[in-house]
Design a protein around this ligand. Sequence first.
Ligand code: ZN
Length: 240
Amino acid sequence: MRIAVLSDIHSNLEALTAVLAHAGSVDAVWQLGDVVGYGPEPDAVVATLSAVGAVGVRGNHDAAALGGPEIEWFNPDARAAAEWTRDQLTGDTRAWLSALPETLAIDDLTLVHGSPRDPLREYITSAAIARANLDEVATPHVLHGHTHVPVAFSVEGDRMGVVAPTSGSTLALAGRRALINPGSVGQPRDGDPRAAYAVLDIERQTVVGRRIAYDVTMTQAKMREAGLPDRLATRLSSGR
Ligand code: ZN
């Protein structure tokens, strides 16, 4: 069973469409939250995920778009985009987002947006934070997003290994506990503007990091047309 693992799509339909085409025939699509926010097409992105039967969890931007207090933590650009998103969402989109849990355990994996111990807030940005979260989760493996930077933390003896996956690099899961962040589909922040995702192979117990270029110019044009903050559009060019 091969699973496309997507996080932080952020209403970016061009990036999502490119990723789904690049992933090819997979058996499932899992998403790790922040389906909406920042980008110009929340309804089309949710409809696309719904059509492929994606399962997954809620992110802080999804919660904010549904009217949650998470909007209070946002910087002015993120807040403006969240308020715009609130006004856009159809009833179907709201219902789909509302049904997402904060945490989802599937066999050996826990899916979460931020971290297992604080799903909507905590950023896993260090080996120490990764270790503390592994201590609080029952499954051997965790899939998470939120930072928009692809990274894998894995237990190597008594230390925590940290790997920044490049496109095509493979992490072996067998026999070791790990937390894996596939990076962001719709707003990468590791200096590479290409959409990031991962493919999980359950039988082989591997996770392969992937990158694919998409039509950034088209997404930026839609954002400007919608009146979204310009900085959110320009940063897509640099992946910062
Ligand atoms: Zn995000």
